[in-house]
Design a protein around this ligand. Structure first.
Ligand code: IMP
Ligand code: MG
Length: 176
């Protein structure tokens, strides 16, 4: 049952065309092999579409997932990030792209970067579908950004509010 009010923000077709552009931007930088590491759960839908779009580029891909969780409640991150699931194979001397749904305070992504740097990849870059620069608490920028958005809480296309709305094919603003 949907109880919150959700206002349309990014339509399916806008997301689709930006994801295709991102795939080509990424392919232009890495050119050859790439291990794509998605952060669960928020990145799952973006990751699937991005991988399908990258299939149309010359990149040779491998995939893995990681999960981190930040302590905190509702819509605020506490800054304390815990590793819940690590990658399953060696990335030493490999090109790695970390994929996340949204860059908010920056705590999660900076923890993941620090962790993966320890595995000595050849190159490590980051891609987020959404970026809320106003919310940043840690100085960090993603290498590839789908859309820069204002400070609002968004749901859909993998992003949740209290584990709901991940299945929406579009992105909406949760009205409070
Ligand atoms: P950060 O560590 O504060 O950058 O948090 C990043 C994580 O918080 C994302 O991967 C999301 O899971 C979650 N998050 C941040 N902003 C939103 C939002 O607007 N909607 C849904 N989830 C969000
Ligand atoms: Mg997340």
């Amino acid at each position: 049952m949907q109880v919150e009010k959700i206002s349309p923000f990014l339509e399916e077709k806008d997301i689709r065309s930006r994801v295709r552009e991102l795939a080509h931007e990424i392919a232009a930088v890495f050119e050859d092999e790439l291990t794509v590491i998605g952060l669960l759960k928020g990145s799952f839908m973006f990751m699937a579409d991005l991988m399908r779009a990258m299939h149309r580029t010359p990149l040779h891909l491998t995939v893995d997932f990681m999960k981190v969780s930040s302590y905190g409640t509702g819509t605020e991150s506490s800054g304390e990030v815990r590793l819940v699931k690590d990658i399953g194979f060696a990335i030493e001397k490999r090109n790695v792209l970390i994929v996340d749904d949204i860059l908010d305070s920056g705590h999660s992504l900076s923890m993941v970067i620090r962790h993966l740097e320890g595995h000595r990849p050849k190159r490590l870059k980051t891609c987020v579908l959404l970026d809320k620069p106003e919310r940043r608490q840690v100085s960090i920028r993603a290498d590839f950004v789908g859309f820069e958005i204002p400070n609002a809480f968004v749901v859909g296309y993998g992003l949740d509010f209290d584990e709901h709305y991940r299945e929406l094919p579009y992105i909406g603003i949760l009205e409070t």
